[in-house]
Design a protein around this ligand. Structure first.
Ligand code: NAD
Length: 491
């Protein structure tokens, strides 16, 4: 077995493309350096897929699609279980790649790997639960039913922030549904994407069923969007890129699911346990230094507890250590790139100029941003509705739960939301009216599992990812009828 990341020199890894079960160099010889965001050191040298390589990946996936789709479901499930076993032998390796390539802290990296193992086992079960229905018909003797068939080749584009877990959700569930796959990982985290190929190779996946092609987004993306053999594109990333892909997918009549950005509200009602609400809010914004689509980047607090909550929130956030993600005591590691600090600085300046109070943080050293809290944020400030994608959150004071709901919905996004209260009647009422794909009562906004319907509304995207919801998105529904005896035709 070839490995994805043989050492080049002392520590630097090498990433090759994985096409048709083989590790290959890019056809035009381009190699891109991949840097550790915490140290700035060279982490890997990564071969880049050209347009021709992306086409070769689609060729391989297309050749493999019928045998994979027609394989007994028990065999497909068995391969997914073997891949879960393979991943259990790669835990430290994948964890270290996540730490060194994406600046993940140790717990965040472990979370992604262990969720990946769970996903593989869960998906082995999902593969056996792709059901159709029988239908009543008005025609005498007509019997009808639906079946779900795999789409064929699915292409996936993944982001940098949870690069293992989010790419795994696409690959594993598409394969469980009987599709073959071409994955383009983020240019910031290609080795993580290639680790997925390695684990499937170890698990005995037939050649061509999964192909991983790090490379220029526009060249690889263009093949994924225009090649008619690719039946669906599954994208996780920013709303800006997702909107572009949605337009191009529509032009090519290609199915697309979009998991995009968020500006997620955490509502803290006046009866909340303040200490609990603070812990929920802290996890919800400072986990992975706020680079989480579900992060509670807007915390909406009822006026009677606003001061007490704010004081406790600032006090707790102040204790978080910023620094080397390898150090187990670090809570906040590096942002993926230095330019993100500039976006956050701009948000802070705009908000402070318009009357917000900087209660904590606001400084960065290289790409390490301090935990940052803005108080008295109001509509009209850029930070009110734009993703900062860093350890920055806004506190918004409201008079009552109705105003909290209005503010929560006053955003172009609609991904996740949280309501911290013990008043379940009020919480249910708000949950029904909040404009978000996900609502977590008495909890933070950050939550995901292998089998849940993860996804958003409004500018946060469309479609759902997870378990049976992915089985539905990633299969096509076919209506079949059988005429018992002869039908009476009117002509
Ligand atoms: P991004 O949109 O910049 O990039 C995502 C992926 O799209 C990368 O692989 C990139 O190479 C690719 N890409 C960029 N331009 C492309 C093009 N023209 N054609 C094809 N592919 C293209 O996002 P990012 O910075 O990697 O991730 C952060 C964003 O992702 C945030 O907005 C975050 O909220 C969002 N996100 C959403 C979810 C979710 O499930 N809703 C999860 C994680 C991240």
């Amino acid at each position: 077995m070839n490995t994805v990341s043989e050492a080049v020199g002392s520590k630097v890894r090498e990433g090759k493309l994985f096409i048709d079960g083989k590790w290959v160099a890019g056809s035009d010889g381009e190699i891109r350096p991949d840097y550790n965001p915490a140290t700035g050191e060279l982490f890997a040298q990564v071969h880049q897929a050209s347009r021709a390589d992306a086409v070769r990946a689609v060729d391989a996936a297309h050749r493999a699609k019928d045998s994979w789709a027609n394989m007994l479901v028990s065999q497909r499930a068995e391969i997914l279980l073997k891949c879960a076993d393979a991943l259990t032998t790669m835990i430290e390796d994948v964890r270290d790649v996540l730490i060194e390539e994406s600046g993940s802290t140790y717990p965040k990296a472990m979370f992604e790997v262990m969720m990946g193992i769970d996903l593989l086992r869960s998906a082995a079960g999902d593969a056996r639960h792709i059901f159709g229905e029988t239908l009543p018909h008005s025609m005498q003797g007509q019997f009808g039913f639906t079946i779900r068939r795999p789409l064929g080749v699915i292409a996936g584009i993944a982001p940098f922030n949870a690069p293992f877990w989010l790419a795994m959700k696409k690959v594993v569930l598409a394969l469980a549904a009987g599709n073959t796959f071409v994955l383009k990982p983020s240019e910031e985290t290609p080795i993580t994407g290639l680790k997925i190929a390695e684990l499937f190779e170890r698990g005995g996946l037939p050649a061509g069923v999964l192909n991983v092609v790090p490379g220029a987004a526009d060249a690889v993306g263009e093949v994924m969007l225009t090649d008619p053999r690719v039946r669906m594109l599954t994208f996780t990333g920013s709303t800006r890129v997702g909107r572009h892909l949605a337009v191009e997918a529509a032009r090519n009549m290609k199915k697309i699911t979009l998991e995009l950005g968020g500006k997620n509200p955490l509502i803290v009602l006046r009866d909340a346990d303040i200490d609990y609400a603070v812990r929920a809010a802290c996890f919800g914004i400072f986990f992975h230094q706020g680079q989480v689509c579900m992060a509670n980047s807007r915390i909406i607090v009822e006026a009677p507890i606003y001061e007490e909550f704010t004081e406790a929130f600032v006090a707790r956030a102040k204790t978080y250590k910023v620094g080397d993600p390898r150090d187990p005591s670090t809570v906040i590691g590096p942002l993926i790139r230095r330019s993100q600090c500039g976006i956050i600085d701009g948000h802070l300046k705009d908000a402070i100029d318009k009357g917000a109070k900087l209660l904590l943080g606001g400084q960065h050293h290289d790409n390490f941003y301090e935990p940052t809290i803005l108080g008295d944020v109001t509509a009209g400030m850029n930070v009110y509705d734009e993703e900062s994608f860093g350890p920055v959150t806004s506190l918004i004071r409201v008079d009552d739960s109705e105003e909290a709901l209005r503010v929560a919905n006053d955003t172009s996004y609609g991904l996740s939301s949280g309501i911290v209260t013990n008043d379940l009647q009020k919480a249910f009422d708000l949950a029904m009216r909040i404009e978000a794909g996900m609502v977590h009562i008495n909890d933070t906004t950050v939550s995901d599992e292998a089998h849940v319907p993860f996804g958003g509304i409004k500018m946060s995207g469309s479609g759902r990812e997870g378990g049976k919801y992915s089985m539905e998105e990633m299969t096509e529904l076919k209506w079949i009828t059988v005429q018992m005896g002869q039908r009476q035709f009117p002509l």
